[in-house]
Design a protein. Structure first.
Length: 348
């Protein structure tokens, strides 16, 4: 798949992360680069600058010190073991209000890694370095994916949520180049599983934000299979939709697909065909969701693919169900992407 413009990638992320209200962090129209690493560095710079102006988050951290007298909690066994009493000292544990907490450690370490990345724009690297030296003493850690789940966000530090998502995507895509010892940023757009999740979240949140006719949700559809044994029914797999749009008069099931090739070639012929597995899956959703509710009997199904450049639109009917196979061209002005996505569900 060809490259999606940098500006559109930024909007994809803002919608997917449900952070459209923070999209003004970066003026994407002013971005001249086509390098993903530069985009994420710019986001990180702007987010970190905001945090430093507001003041980095702090919390109480329990530390252990050898001190004169007693402060906080006396660690008697450690004091005896290290024989501190003859010198009138003790080992005590007490809390200090400090910046050295997990989300600041992730932020500072991510900046440190970017400073060692190849092909990062020099001006951006200089900006990152200036921010890095402004940050207070914070421990270096080896960032793992589990760290992002451990951060506890609340109303006093919610402004870290967006920058932590940026830090996570940076860390997931930076790797050491053994020949130079520097970090390289891989093209995460080629990671089909990650981009499939991103594209699905983008489309779902886009419809949650940009229209008011439909309730937007993921839906677990039950199989219309019967069995005398309850244990047999428990063996049936879950059938969750990517996106279900439900109103009083219409229902639409959208199944999003992110593949480098939207069509799977049949090499024995000169033409390509719609991926049969994708069509079977959508068809199964439509058949099994039917109930005595009228909107389920007329439920529409859409297979939606991202595309760069060429568009395609195919339309079919099965009984009362309208089935469409569509692409959304991500290589166009964002206004047109928004227009096309809303047109898909307009009912015209």
């Amino acid at each position: 798949m060809q490259q999606i413009p940098i500006q559109n990638i930024y909007y994809l992320l803002c919608y997917a992360w449900d952070k459209l209200d923070e999209s003004d962090i970066v003026d994407v129209k002013a971005i001249g680069t086509t390098e993903l690493i530069d985009l994420f560095a710019k986001i990180l710079i702007n987010c970190t600058s905001r945090l430093l102006k507001r003041g980095l988050d702090r919390d109480y951290i329990e530390n252990e010190y050898i001190i004169n007298g007693v402060k906080g909690k006396l660690d008697l066994s450690a004091s005896v073991k290290k024989n501190t009493f003859p010198s009138n000292k003790t080992i005590c544990q007490y809390d200090e209000f400090d910046y050295d907490i997990l989300h600041n450690q992730i932020l500072k370490m991510t900046i440190s890694k970017l400073l060692r990345a190849k092909n990062l724009d020099k001006e951006l690297k200089d900006e990152l370095h200036r921010l890095f030296i402004k940050m207070p003493p914070i421990s270096e850690i080896q960032i793992r994916n589990s760290h992002f789940k451990q951060v506890r966000l609340h109303r006093n530090n919610y402004n870290y949520e967006f920058v932590l998502k940026v830090c996570q995507i940076i860390n997931e895509n930076l790797f050491i180049d053994e020949s130079s010892g520097k970090y390289k940023f891989k093209d995460f757009l080629q990671e089909e599983k990650a981009m499939a999740r991103l594209f699905e979240s983008f489309v779902r949140n886009f419809y949650k934000i940009e229209q008011s006719e439909f309730l937007v949700k993921k839906e677990n559809i039950k199989w219309k299979l019967v069995s005398e044994k309850e244990t047999d029914l428990l063996m049936l797999p879950i059938m969750p939709t990517d996106i279900s749009l439900i109103s009083s008069s219409r229902k639409i099931i959208i199944d999003t697909k992110y593949y480098k090739e939207a069509f799977k070639a049949r090499y024995s012929q000169s033409q390509d065909k719609i991926n049969s597995n994708h069509l079977y899956q959508l068809f199964s959703y439509l058949m099994n969701q039917e109930s005595n509710i009228e909107t389920t009997k007329n439920c529409e199904g859409i297979l939606l693919y991202p595309a760069v450049g060429g568009d395609f639109r195919f339309s079919y009917t099965y009984e009362n169900h309208r089935i469409r196979v569509l692409s959304i061209n991500l290589d166009q002005d964002w206004f047109n992407i928004k227009r096309d996505l809303l047109e898909i569900i307009s009912g015209e």
